[in-house]
Design a protein around this ligand. Structure first.
Ligand code: CA
Length: 494
């Protein structure tokens, strides 16, 4: 009897030891996510804006970790990208094809699987999927797009009003949750900002940032859309024509307190009146609109970066940093005046590409730059792999953990499939295509269009001239056409 008891005790003891070891080895995961943050607006990525972008904290994260140069999204728009991150599946399988769809929260998601694997899970900030968040021990999310000042956060079923700047508040609440969480479990926290999504209302402390400088224009600000099919010219996202009063800060979107309004309006009103008096037109007006747009966008980015700095400081001071994988990304890229645009949606580079910066102390070598084709499609599998959980076979993305370790598998993808479904949104027709390290093949088949484009990114990185149908590219085109067929079949595209 006593022998059996000792056996039982020793089994229990060894189980306890192995459980505590695995719990200690399993890293925390801090997923920092923003909305519409273009790589061009992160110092570490480098761009024509690099001397003006204020992202010292993201730059430090890149210096301590890995900067992914080619992280591509499968559908360059807000809610669909979020659904891809949660499920690891393309839009046509997770059901979130457009911003108008409601996310089916009953389906398999990474947070649910992480929770089942013993992680404590939380989301704070922007959700944007209409249905109530599922799979989280704690949720505290903006309703819809949310606003830049004085947000309402739906907090585990209750509406809670906050006063202040939303980017700051999302960080405050993220840190509060980290402090109050169950310490015995590893955590998975999605801290997700509204910023720098439009309409770009900067923090009061950043209103004067860039006031005395001219921000450089991208070389394609006055694109005439020649040399391609007819899709690009049909856009409704022009700096010149489509920004409108709210994006130009001639009108405001937030509900301010009287004190906030006095400072905010006190800054913009005299400048708006000065603009009216100048009676600008044509290119001069477009240039003024571009400066107004890019400065407010970069001011919103400055607040994001400061707040990322606050969270990283909290990790350092609490001792959590050494066992926490930090991933920074955004739901897609964005046009900062390239092709004359704001917004996203296109398979063209600026919106196809999204930032990805990863820091994994003691595992990922610091200061690496990676050029593999990775994707937001891979995030769900990566979270699960980091947690030591099984990756279900129906997840379409692949774990990035070997890539983080500096050991990209030999059979890593060489080509990537893209598809956009929000027909006519901001004038963008539905399209799909295949992208590899150098070329891109696109089919616009919507709104009366049936057109193909192909770009050689090495010869034409700004994608100004389609080479589709050119005899000197015949072999490349045939290869990409085959690639596209294969991808559509493999990914179960109807
Ligand atoms: Ca977005």
């Amino acid at each position: 009897m006593q022998f059996r008891f000792i056996m039982f005790r020793s089994i229990l003891f060894s189980w306890f030891i192995s459980f505590s070891l695995s719990a200690a080895e399993r890293p925390n995961i801090l997923f920092l996510f923003t909305d519409d943050h273009a790589t061009q607006a992160i110092g570490a990525y480098g761009s024509h804006l690099k001397d003006f972008v204020r992202t010292p904290n993201l730059d430090r994260l890149a210096k301590d970790g890995i900067l992914f140069k080619r992280c591509l999204v499968s559908n360059s728009i807000c809610a669909p990208s979020r659904a891809v991150v949660l499920t690891g599946k393309y839009s046509h399988l997770n059901g979130q094809r457009t911003n108008s769809d409601t996310f089916d929260g009953s389906q398999q998601t990474a947070p649910k699987l992480l929770r089942a694997a013993g992680y404590q899970t939380a989301i704070v900030g922007k959700w944007h999927l209409k249905s109530t968040p599922t799979g989280f021990d704690h949720y505290e999310v903006l309703r819809g797009q949310g606003q830049y000042y004085n947000p309402l956060l739906m907090t585990n079923g209750k509406n809670v009003n906050h006063t202040g700047y939303t980017t700051d508040i999302i960080t405050d609440q993220s840190i509060k949750w980290l402090e109050q969480r169950e310490q015995s479990k590893p955590f998975f926290l999605m801290s997700q900002h509204k910023a720098p999504h439009g309409r770009w209302e900067p923090a009061l402390r950043h209103l004067a940032l860039y006031d005395d400088v001219d921000i450089p224009e991208p070389s394609t600000l006055f694109d005439d859309y020649q040399g391609r099919g007819s899709a690009a010219a049909k856009h409704k996202m022009g700096i010149a024509e489509h920004l409108g009063d709210h994006r130009l800060m001639f009108q405001y979107s937030s509900k301010f307190t009287p004190e906030q309004f006095k400072v905010f309006d006190g800054w913009f009103r005299p400048r708006n009146e000065a603009f009216q008096r100048m009676k600008l037109s044509g290119r001069e007006q477009t240039r003024w609109f571009y400066q107004r747009y890019i400065k407010n966008y970069l001011r919103c980015v400055a607040a994001v970066d400061e707040n990322i700095g606050r969270l990283l400081k909290y990790l350092d001071e609490s001792g959590l940093a050494k066992n926490t994988v930090v991933m920074y990304s955004s739901d897609q890229g964005f046009y900062l005046g390239e092709h004359g645009w704001f917004d996203k949606r296109w398979i063209y580079e600026e919106s196809l590409r999204t930032p990805l910066i990863v820091r994994w102390p003691g595992v990922s070598k610091a200061g690496r730059v990676n050029r593999d084709i990775v994707s937001n499609l891979d995030f769900a599998a990566t979270f699960l792999d980091l947690a030591g959980a099984t990756i279900p076979p129906d997840i379409q993305g692949r774990s990035l953990v070997p890539v983080f370790r500096g050991q990209t598998p030999k059979d890593w993808r060489k080509a990537f499939y893209y598809e956009y479904f929000e027909s006519g949104g901001h004038g963008v027709s539905n399209h799909y295509g295949a992208v590899d390290a150098r070329y891109k093949l696109i089919h616009f088949k919507d709104q009366g269009l049936d057109e193909w484009e192909m770009f050689d990114l090495k010869e034409d990185p700004r994608e100004m001239t389609s080479v589709y149908g050119r005899t000197d590219y015949r072999k490349v085109q045939q290869r990409l056409e085959e690639e596209l067929k294969t991808l559509r079949k493999e990914l179960r595209v109807e």
